[in-house]
Design a protein around this ligand. Structure first.
Ligand SMILES: Cc1cc2nc3c(=O)[nH]c(=O)nc-3n(C[C@H](O)[C@H](O)[C@H](O)COP(=O)(O)OP(=O)(O)OC[C@H]3O[C@@H](n4cnc5c(N)ncnc54)[C@H](O)[C@@H]3O)c2cc1C
Length: 381
């Protein structure tokens, strides 16, 4: 087993560090307080090729394999403080772009996928509803066939990017009696009559990427905007969740690395009882635990990358990675706050936001409980 990076991969990493340092904004703490989304950073990331990174070159993407994509996202998470914006990009990449790549028609790819990759339009993935979260396939949104159209009715909530999105991938059932086999994906454009988008839903963290709800009332969608055949939505959703679980937390790993460096320098500089606080084993043990979490989480993440790049199933490993990295990020963010004392609790010091952001990771793309259910199901229980 070879754990070393190639020189191309190391160059890419350095390039991403330079890009984040020189091109992206550095006013995150201010924007975090007001919940301000940076459209210009989103566009710069798209122009740099991040949104299209794992997409095929013939569509204008980067053609990167999953390991390179993870390395880039991990590096971005290390170098760029706006983890909410990275989360918003991930939500689009894995849960809208990926299903569109595998199930979309040529026209859908040209009209929606390629402009998304170029950062010209923003997309949202709409599965959750007020009455269906973990039990996603119990959704109530309906799509009734009417000539060459479908009429959509229902409500979607907790939707990342919704208030800024130009296009929505909406999951609805064409026949509630068919359960998960009735679930179907539809591409709904902003401005379609009958589509209402809520104002921003305030949340605990990830404040610089807006979340919202949408309501569909007799919303007429042309048949050509159905994504894949009728009833393919559950398979599409499972596929994109596996991608999302595999990749969405790579940037959190980078953020944990940055957090560790901050904590080490603080533990060396801050003196109490006439000595650096790092001399106290209670503090240094926390730092050791943070390092152990990073190294073990990284192994898990790269194993998923390896499995997926060789075409093997990674259902269980993706669930383990999602569960483990998200829980580690919360623990390490709390450790970073403890190490920094009151400074860790003060917004302008730039430590506490990670704790608020990290909690979202325990819930989105399936809660930690649901990941445990997937793991035990794969173990035959
Ligand atoms: C930051 C963030 C971003 C999100 N972005 C999107 C998005 O872009 N698009 C989208 O469609 N949704 C999105 N969601 C919604 C997310 O997918 C749901 O919140 C998640 O699936 C859980 O559903 P719920 O909140 O309704 O909780 P519930 O399903 O009601 O769960 C409540 C509690 O019960 C537990 N529970 C439920 N069922 C089981 C079970 N079978 N076994 C064990 N425990 C169980 C859960 O683990 C949880 O602790 C987002 C959520 C967050 C927090």
């Amino acid at each position: 087993m070879d754990f070393s990076w190639t020189s191309e991969q190391l160059n890419k990493k350095q390039e991403v560090l330079n890009f984040a340092e020189n091109e992206l904004s550095h006013d995150f703490i201010k924007r975090d307080k007001t919940g301000e989304f940076s459209r210009s950073d989103w566009k710069k990331c798209a122009d740099y090729g991040l949104l299209g990174l794992p997409m095929p070159k013939e569509l204008g993407g980067g053609g990167a394999d999953i390991l390179e994509t993870m390395l880039v996202m991990e590096t971005l998470g290390y170098a760029y403080r706006d983890s909410a914006l990275i989360f918003g990009m991930n939500a689009q990449m894995w849960s809208v772009q990926m299903p569109m790549l595998s199930h979309g028609t040529e026209k859908q790819k040209k009209t929606y996928l390629q402009p998304m990759m170029r950062g010209e339009i923003i997309a949202a993935h709409c599965m959750s509803e007020p009455e269906s979260g973990s039990d996603a396939y119990s959704l109530r949104t309906t799509a009734e066939k009417d000539g060459a159209s479908y009429i959509l009715n229902g409500e979607k909530t907790y939707i990342t990017n919704a208030p800024i999105a130009d296009v929505f991938l909406v999951f609805a059932t064409v026949n509630p009696k068919r359960g998960m086999w009735g679930v179907t994906g539809f591409i709904v454009e902003k401005g379609t009559p009958g589509l209402e988008i809520s104002p921003v839903i305030e949340k605990m963290g990830l404040k610089t990427i807006p979340m919202g709800s949408i309501k569909l009332t007799n919303c007429r969608i042309p048949e050509e905007n159905r994504l894949g055949p009728e009833g393919s939505g559950a398979q599409m959703f499972n596929g994109s969740m596996e991608w999302e679980r595999s990749c969405i937390l790579a940037s959190s790993l980078g953020a944990m690395e940055y957090q560790l460096e901050q904590s080490i320098s603080y533990a060396k500089e801050r003196k109490q009882f006439n000595q650096p606080i790092g001399n106290f084993q209670s503090v240094s043990n926390r730092i050791a635990d943070m390092k152990v979490r990073i190294e073990t989480a990284r192994m898990m993440l790269y194993k998923v990358a390896w499995l997926k790049s060789t075409g093997k199933s990674a259902v269980m490993e993706a669930a383990i990675a999602k569960l483990y990295i998200s829980e580690c990020y919360v623990q390490s963010s709390l450790d970073a706050v403890r190490i920094h004392g009151a400074n860790g609790y003060i917004s302008d010091f730039g430590i506490e936001y990670a704790l608020r952001d990290s909690v979202g990771g325990l819930i989105y793309s399936g809660t930690s409980d649901i990941q445990r259910n997937i793991i035990t199901r794969m173990l035959g229980l």
